[in-house]
Design a protein around this ligand. Structure first.
Ligand code: Q9C
Ligand code: ZN
Length: 348
């Protein structure tokens, strides 16, 4: 399988993140992509392709224009406000801090701090000098993969960084800014696909992807993740979230407890694959997070190196054109092996 990769990711290199109330070194770092690319080369997975440029059009099919403009200008606005370190939000417009009954966004403060609180879901996602270059580059990577799959390749790996699945139509967070997988899924539809399935195997709930397609039946979203009663993003990812309106029944959440190992993970994955078969999509997008690994520093599942080979084999059984989009995974030294195990398990 071919891998799409761009050096642009390197421009997003945060110093610190706020995690569980504490400032620590950022887990989402350039080395994550480097180590995966090294392993792709070492295992001779396939050719490495440089992305084309797509501009803002595919992004605006999924994301709100005000949100896109905010991200484009955020670093400059932050500099102008006199700060020279990474930008993190620190105040949020909870309902008690807004006029009762007024819709979210009816007043967005002109200050960068107010804007960040409006658009961010957490304080763990720094905006840096190179964030805009990296996030538009990540979309180019996903879109280039989408084009290759749409023109007949069986499977492609989009080595996107930063990740995307926590980002929704008008919010960022969980290390994510633009939803690379959702943008690719929309592009498949725009290119003529009737139905797209998104399978999210990242350790965390794919809340952004779910939000973007929640009222629609042309994209089936399925997420296997750590129970939001225990884990980020806490407020979404419960089993009773099934979609609304036309989307009712087209969004499946499979929350699993801390400590989950392959036996129960595989049972949930088989349930997901059965739902995908029943849906009969034209194409499958996999949000490929590797933070389910037993030694991930911020996660609590127990998958092993070999389990990722099996994961790839199980996903291949759907026998669909497949775009893998890289998401989370923070046990950096193991990330290359785990990622390429899924892809080579799939390719067998
Ligand atoms: N234990 C992705 O994997 N911080 N994002 C969690 C609570 C946010 C992870 C802190 C983790 C986001 C793409
Ligand atoms: Zn994750």
């Amino acid at each position: 399988m071919r891998t799409v990769y761009s050096e642009d990711h390197r421009q997003h290199d945060a110093n610190m993140e706020l995690i569980e109330g504490k400032l620590v070194k950022a887990h989402e770092m350039p080395r994550r992509a480097d180590i995966v690319l090294d392993r792709v080369r070492h295992q001779k997975l396939g050719e490495i392709v440089t992305p084309q440029r797509f501009g803002l059009a595919p992004i605006l099919r999924v994301h709100d224009e005000g949100f896109v403009t905010f991200l484009r200008d955020a670093w400059n606005d932050w500099l102008k406000s006199g700060r020279d370190f990474d930008a993190l939000p620190h105040v949020w417009p909870v309902p008690g801090l807004t006029v009762p009954g007024r819709k979210r966004g009816s007043r967005i403060s002109k200050s960068i701090d107010g804007k960040m609180g409006h658009y961010a879901i957490d304080a763990g996602t720094p905006i840096t000098a190179g964030t805009w270059t990296a996030i538009t580059g990540a979309v180019d990577v996903a879109m280039t993969g989408q084009k290759l799959v749409a023109s007949g390749e069986r499977a492609v790996f989009a080595l996107c960084r930063p990740p995307g699945h926590h980002a929704g139509s008008d919010f960022y967070g969980g290390y994510c800014f633009f939803n690379n997988a959702a943008i690719a899924a929309q592009a498949f539809l725009d290119a003529g696909a009737k139905r797209v399935a998104i399978l999210d195997v990242d350790y965390h709930h794919g809340n952004g992807t779910q939000e973007i397609f929640y009222s629609r039946d042309d994209v089936l979203t399925i997420s296997l993740h750590s129970d939001p009663d225990q884990e980020f993003p806490y407020y979404l990812g419960y089993a009773d979230e099934i979609g609304q309106g036309a989307g009712e029944g087209y969004h499946l959440n499979l929350p699993l407890p801390w400590g989950t190992a392959w036996a129960s993970y595989e049972a949930a994955l088989q349930q997901a694959m059965a739902r995908i078969r029943q849906y009969g999509p034209d194409v499958l997008v996999v949000s490929l997070g590797l933070d389910t690994f037993e030694h991930d520093p911020i996660s609590r599942f127990k998958l092993t190196h070999d389990d990722y080979l099996r994961m790839g084999e199980v996903i291949a059984k759907a026998d669909l054109p497949t775009l893998f989009v890289f998401e989370g995974g923070y046990a950096v030294e193991a990330l290359g092996v785990n990622t390429v195990n899924v892809l080579s398990g799939f390719d067998q």
